[in-house]
Each structure stands twice: as C-alpha cells, then as structure tokens.
Design a protein around this ligand. Sequence first.
Ligand code: NAD
Ligand code: GLY
Length: 357
Amino acid sequence: MNTLQVDLGARSYPIYIGEALLGQAELLKPHIKGRQVLLVSNETVAPLYLEKTLAALTDFETASVILPDGEEYKNLEVLNQIFDTLLHQRFDRQTTLVALGGGVVGDMTGFAAACYQRGVPFIQIPTTLLAQVDSSVGGKTGVNHPLGKNMIGAFYQPQSVLIDIETLHTLEDRQLSAGLAEVIKYGLINDLAFFEWLESHAEELLVRNSQALSFAIARSCHNKAQIVEKDERESGQRVLLNLGHTFGHAIETGLGYGQILHGEAVAIGISLAAQFSARLGWINDTDVTRIKALIEKMRLPTQLPNSLTIEQILELMQVDKKVREGKIRFVLLKDLGVAQIIDQYDPLLLRQIMVNC
Ligand code: NAD
Ligand code: GLY
C-alpha cells in the first residue's frame, strides 16, 4: 500500500492506495469519530462493494442510502434522500458519512456531510478511475443545477481517501478512459515527465495493469495534493486543474447531464485548449498533434459534438465559475507541462477554434 498525505494543517488527511483495501477495518476505524456511520452508494456500485465495505464497519451502528445512478441525479432533490435517512434514523452530529462510488456519489456525499447539522465528517472510497485520481481528493463537493454544472456546493475536506484499485476491474472501458482524461490533465498542466510516461504506458493502463494503474493514480493524487495544499479554495493556482473544463462543462450542460461522460467532455475541452494555446503561439502544432494523439490513444473524443452550436457553447460558458465581470477565462498551455489562465484574447479566435474543431 502507498500512503500519500494531503497537507492542510488541521484539515490534513491520508490517501491510501493499494489492492484489496476494501474491507480492511483498520484503514477506516481511525478516521471515524462517533459510533454512527451512514454509507452512501448507488444502485450499480452497492451490489458490487457495499457488503465488503460494511464488513469493515461492524464496530459501528451503520445504515446505507442507495442513490439512483447517473449524473442526471446529481441534484438537490436526490441529495435530500441522504438528509431524509439521516434524520429519520436519528443520526447525530458525530455521524461519519462514507461515500462509496464514483465522482457523483463522492461529490454528493461530501456536500451532504458539509451541510448536515452544519458539518459532519466524511470518508471517500472512490471506485472509478476519475474519482480516484481527481474528485475524491481536494474537498470540492456539490451538485448540479439545470443552468450549470457543480454550481451549488462547498469546499469540504474528507477525513481520509481509501483507493482500492481492484474496484477498477468491474468498471466499463468507457469509464476507465474517462478517468484517463483527468490523468492526462495533470501531465499537461504540471508534470511533463508524467505526460511522457503516459505516452509510453497507455496500453498498460488500458488493459488495467495494476502496477501502471497504481503509479498513475499515485502520481495524479500527488500532483493534485500539491496544488490543493497551496490553494485550497481556488483563489489562484488551483484554477489550473480546470484545463479543458470550461469547454467541457458547457458541453455536458448543453447535451444534458448524463449524455456524455465528464471525462469525455474534458478530453474535448483539453483538445480545444491545446488548439487555442497554439493559435496564441504558446505551443506549436506538433505539441497539439501529440496531445490529441494521446487523448485518442486513450479512446477519448477530441471533436465537438455536432448537436451543439457554437452560440450554445459560448452562452453556456458564461455560467462557468471562472467567469469574472462577464469575461470567460480559460486555462491554456504556455508549454507542455505548464498551464496558465487567460482572460485577454480575441473572441474571434475563440470562435475560429470551435468552428475548426
Ligand atoms: P460516476 O460517479 O457517474 O461513475 C461512473 C459510472 O461508473 C456510474 O454508472 C457508476 O455507477 C459506475 N461505477 C462506479 N464505480 C464502479 C465500479 N467500480 N465498477 C463498475 N461501475 C462503477 O462518474 P465519475 O466519472 O466517477 O465522476 C464524475 C463526476 O465527478 C462528475 O459529476 C464531475 O463533476 C465530478 N468531479 C468532481 C471533481 C471534484 O473535484 N469534486 C473532479 C472531477 C469530477
Ligand atoms: N477538479 C478540479 C479541482 O478539484 O479543483
């Protein structure tokens, strides 16, 4: 097992990464404060891993909530199911919530924990690659609104993150690829050596070689932890983690939640951001080809969906959290492995990039 630490003073926590970690009571127990535990999962993940997880919690009074599966259920109405159970079963202020599932379950459980009785502890047990490399680390929690993705939420750090890479064996290929989009992101914004490693280990990751997955997950979590430690609440450097997300969130919202995977939308967004960066003269066309080749190698899309117009995407990007005084800001690439935020650009250039995508 590999243990990383997210260093945030009183809010610091460990990330455990390894095989067969689910069911190891000693990894959960030290992070549970009271005697009550509410496990939150969904209808796909619960039949696979709920029993094993509950077996590690026999010292506690436990209950579980099984949410419907899908991005379209990441909303306030479904969130209420968690509060209903907590209140009906008289869970007190010492309750610990445990999120068992992908990013949707993790974001919703974390937000419920941030709100219930003004804040109870929670633990992340991410079971998708995307959640293991990104959403379970760093404390962003929340739900979607019909007008914008993740627009309602809170920064709220977990007590610990337990990553059992064996859970990835039941994940669909398409979901594995979606997670790889966020992995590529770390290489591009912060870690050229990792980007190069991904270029030469793509096949191993796609066939789920344990060593390759462990390395990629640990390196991604390390990169994310470093950024979050410097800028927990996204007032500066953390914004760079949004490479590809301005376009990506607009695509997800425009198509309707659940129509395209988050990682797929981010992959298209990264590809657009690369082209934008090249048009500004920051990276060259060979870099763009290299980035798109890696995205495609990971079986991810690079083209905008035909069903959305450029006008629609531009309008949706106006709801992005990075918008300042009506100006859409983009994370672009100054170089491979170096990201930068930009708010001064020619709007015509932005249109041209989207037309050509
Ligand atoms: P997801 O939670 O919808 O999971 C994808 C699918 O895989 C679901 O059908 C799920 O039930 C299934 N699944 C999960 N684990 C499985 C397993 N081990 N075996 C088989 N099936 C399994 O999607 P996701 O890609 O994990 O997360 C996307 C969400 O994360 C989005 O809502 C996005 O906004 C959010 N996100 C948040 C952050 C953050 O910092 N908080 C970062 C990135 C993404
Ligand atoms: N996924 C972006 C962030 O955590 O800041």
